[in-house]
Design a protein around this ligand. Structure first.
Ligand SMILES: Nc1ncnc2c1ncn2[C@@H]1O[C@H](COP(=O)(O)OP(=O)(O)OP(=O)(O)O)[C@@H](O)[C@H]1O
Ligand SMILES: [Mg+2]
Length: 430
């Protein structure tokens, strides 16, 4: 009998009950939120590659921040999540975040806002500024973009001050809240991303100085976008705790699968799990694909090697169809280009050209047909410190699954896997 319920889904965000791992990051954030409750503002920048688990972590934090869980700092924030659409302005994002919270605001707060904010808060809706470039400046009675930004900041400060003061005034414990948490995802989509950190920092600092610092911003996006986010304000970086999400260590990767199996009532062969888990490379998106296929192929409520073999074949087909055909020839012709990609995938970290050369048995990788062609196709990228990385984690996942599923009939693959595994073990233990 096939399993009817599949707890794994690479295309949706994991529910808090199935969220696994990331203990260090979760603890770090929760500790800080406990301080925010005491009036010490704290903000975060959560960055990492596509599919690494940024939104999943944010979703978990949002859940815990409102859960009043005695085991998890008893947090009880007024929280909001917003995902920025391409081309949106910061002003419209801030406004939408605020508006999404009003239905959970205690009456005391709403009354205060209505009485004190005048035109900025009407019929339960906030207005931070008129939309559109020129309309914005005119709407706010300012003549330059800088003045408009300043006016927007002042409005935001006044709105947040009133929300936080209002929360402090709430008497009955049932409606009390710790402070405000705003999560803004996909920040790289902002039209006016440059310098946004400065505005957020100014808002938090002003509130702090006025002893209303119970506020936290969590900003999420790709690392490349963050330079723009911080632009123009060197101090802004210090005001954000940077959380760089990388691949999961293998015990966390295993935990993701085990949680899903347990939830479905499946048992599993521990040794088989141990033997196969590296194929996911610690990449949550890939773990979800594999988990989904494992539960999908299982027929006897027990995940064994047979299920793994079938599930990996399915995952390989799914991943290799993801448009990587220009990067990698998944037919395994054994070219030097392919060896370089295999090495990078197995090693799972940036490599210097010298290291790649050494591990490819000293072959000349510097040619137009090797590194040149790989760079041109986009399969690899050269980082500013001149190391080489693969196009993406997803691409790495496709290569890893290809290698592991063909290792049995392809001696050179199994040799390479062994060699790099032992090298990784050595470097990890240093
Ligand atoms: N800690 C975790 N436990 C279980 N599953 C996870 C975890 N982190 C991420 N996942 C799963 O991995 C997949 C990718 O995660 P997510 O969408 O959060 O990544 P992301 O970094 O936000 O990606 P993008 O940049 O594309 O928005 C999702 O299916 C998600 O549910
Ligand atoms: Mg996301």
């Amino acid at each position: 009998m096939f399993n009817e319920f599949n707890p794994f889904n690479p295309n949706s965000i994991v529910t808090p009950t199935l969220f696994a791992g990331r203990h260090e990051q979760v603890l770090q954030i929760l500790k800080k939120l406990a301080q925010v409750r005491e009036g010490l503002p704290s903000s975060f920048v959560l960055q990492g590659e596509r599919g690494i688990g940024k939104t999943a972590l944010a979703k978990l934090i949002l859940h815990v921040a409102e859960a009043k869980d005695p085991k998890l700092e008893k947090l009880n924030f007024l929280a909001s999540y917003y995902s920025v659409e391409r081309g949106q302005t910061f002003e419209s994002v801030l406004q939408a975040c605020l508006n999404s919270m009003t239905d959970r605001m205690p009456d005391t707060v709403l009354k205060r806002l209505t009485n004190r904010l005048g035109g900025f808060f009407k019929n339960g809706k906030f207005t931070i500024g008129a939309f559109g470039a020129s309309a914005t400046y005119e709407g706010l009675g300012s003549s330059t973009p800088e003045e408009a930004l300043l006016a927007m900041k002042d409005r935001a400060v006044s709105i947040f001050s009133n929300i936080i003061s209002g929360l402090d005034e709430v008497q009955d414990t049932k409606n009390k809240r710790d402070g405000v948490l705003l999560v803004i995802d996909e920040i790289h989509n902002l039209k006016d991303l440059s310098g946004t950190a400065q505005v957020l920092r100014a808002i938090a600092t002003t509130l702090d100085v006025n002893q209303l610092g119970k506020i936290s911003f969590m900003i999420i996006g790709y690392a490349e976008g963050m330079n723009h986010f911080f632009e123009g304000d060197p101090s802004a970086r210090r005001h954000f705790d940077l959380i760089n999400l990388a691949v999961m260590p293998r015990h966390e990767a295993k935990e993701v699968l085990i949680k899903g199996f347990t939830r479905t009532g499946l048992t599993y062969d521990e040794n088989v799990l141990e033997k196969n888990i590296d194929v996911a490379g610690g990449y949550p998106h890939s773990i979800q694909i594999i988990g989904h296929n494992l539960v999908g192929v299982d027929e006897n409520q027990h995940i064994d090697q047979d299920d793994w073999a079938k599930a990996l074949r399915r995952s390989a087909i799914e991943l290799t169809q993801k448009d990587f055909s220009e990067f990698y020839d998944f037919k395994g012709r054994g070219t030097l280009r392919e060896t370089v990609l295999n090495l990078l995938a197995l090693r799972g970290r940036p490599m210097t050209k010298q290291e790649i050369k050494k591990l490819s048995d000293g072959k000349n990788i510097y040619t137009e047909t090797c590194l040149g062609a790989l760079k041109k196709s986009g399969a690899i990228k050269e980082t500013p410190d001149r190391t080489i990385v693969l196009h993406s984690m997803l691409f790495r996942a496709a290569i890893l699954i290809h290698l592991y599923t063909h290792a049995q009939e392809n001696q050179s693959y199994s040799d390479l896997i062994k060699k790099i595994k032992s090298l990784n073990n050595k470097t990890d233990s240093i």
